[in-house]
Each structure stands twice: as C-alpha cells, then as structure tokens.
Design a protein. Sequence first.
Length: 321
Amino acid sequence: MARFVQDLFLTVTKLHHSDVPLPLRRRPAPRGRYTPNLWSVWSVAPLVLVVVGALSFAIYCGVHTVLANAAAKQKPHQAVDINDVIKTTVTILTLIGAVLAGIYSYRKQLLAEGDAHRADANQLADRYTKAVEQLGYGAAVRLAGVYALARLADDWQEQRQVCIDVLCAYLRMPYEPDPATSGHREGEREVRLTIIRVIRDHLQKPDAPVSWCANSFDFTGAKFDGGDFSRGYFQGAVTFSGATFTSGEVSFDHATFDGARVLFNGATFSGARVLFNGAAFSGARVFFNGATFTSGEVSFDYATFDSTVVGWGPFPRRAGT
C-alpha cells in the first residue's frame, strides 16, 4: 500500500514538468490583474477521479487492516464485518469531501473578491478620468476637479502618486498672475492656492491613513505667487528646481523634511517672501545650486539643520538661532 501511494505521488508530481503532454499541462495565467491561475478542466477531472479512487481504496484497505487487527485480538476470534469497513470508509470520505467543499467555497470567495476588485479599479479609473477632465474647464469646475482628484488619491492608494503628479503638473503649467496679460485666466490663482492647500492638508500626519508624506512632489518650473506648506511633513523627494517665487508669501514654517531630497536648483526668488521659520531639516539633502535671489526675502529663523545643504550662497535671508 505504501508503495502504491508513493507511485501515485510521483505520478502527480511529474505533471508539473515540461515533458508532460500538452493537455495535462497547466494553462498559462490570464493577464487580468486579479484573475487566478486555474487548471484546465480536462486536466483536473481525470486527475481527480484517479486521486479519489486511489484514496478510497487506500482508506478501505487501511480501515480493513485496523478492524482485522482488532477482531484478531478478541476471544473467540471474530471475522471482519465488511459492512463496518464500508461504513467507516464512507464516513471518512464524507469528512474529506466536506473539507474539500469548504476549500471550494473559499476559492469561489476569492474569485468573487477578484471581481469586486476589478469593479473597484474600473470605478476608480473612471473617477480619475472625470477629475482630470474637470481641470480643463472654468474656475469653479477646476476647483471641483482638484477636490475630486484629492479624494481619489485618498481612496486609490495604489495610484496615489499618479493623482499627486497630476496636481503638481497643473502647478507646472504656464501661469500669468497679472490680469493685464493675455495669458491670464480668471480664478486661476485660487485654483493653484487650493491645490497647495490640499497638498498641505495631506502632509500634516505621517501615520494618517490618507497621508501623502511619503510621496514625491515635483514642482519643477512652477510659478508661485503665494502658498502655504506650513507644518508639512515631507519624507519623499521634493523638487522646486527652476521654480519661480515671484510675489506673495510662500510658507514652509515649521515644516519637517525628514530624509527628503529637497531641490531648489536653478530656482528664482524674485519678490516673494519664502519662509522656513522653525522648519526642521533632519537627514535631508537640500540643494540650492544655481538658485538666484534678486529680491524678496528668504527666512530661516529658528530653523534646525541636521542635513546637508549644497549651494548655500549669499542671498537675502534671515537665519535665526
């Protein structure tokens, strides 16, 4: 019996090797993200019949052996009741069938959850498309698009960085704050300040479920005439390379840059008040290479530096202690 079971196990194991005929090989996994890798029915059905038959025979022989040994020890000697052997075998097979039925139900539950995940992914993708489309309309619609995209980033953790990239890309678009210029868009400043405020609100608590602290922010070439990043907690890369701070007040007061890579390379400070008062740079690398400071003010009052600062040159600033 042991030899038979061993041979059966070796036969099943060989089905996984490349020299097994094609009908018995496992089907290639579909490309669906949540689609499980299933075996072909024509491969599984004969295998199941063989395994069930062999298992039934093995259980029958085992039960017969146990009952025969028990009967042999009795005095007077009694013959083995075949009906008892069959009943015991059926009972064991029933228990095994119940376990397999539970596994099958669990498998169906996984498939149902996969369908639900696909439906959720499709819904989130639709929300992403609509939110991005809103950013191209009037000011009121653009504001709605900003909040819709922020909510989507909160709900769609796997694509959160993509949603953040869209918001940052909006700030990188050409911007004319002067109403007298031809490229000025009504309400554009409010939309841009709202984006900054939404980003700031998601950078307050690193351990929050909808925290964006570990994400990256790319403001390369963006134009800032105001904005509040105060008390933000930055752990990912933050890029202001080539950005222009033209007017207004851009606040990083009491912000924390914890291990972040902060780039101000080639940034232009021309008229804005950029405040880093009380900011903490811990383990960060801050770059000011090629930055120009023509006017305005850059303040680092009571800021603490446990970081590497590259390109720190003379510019209008106040650094407290």
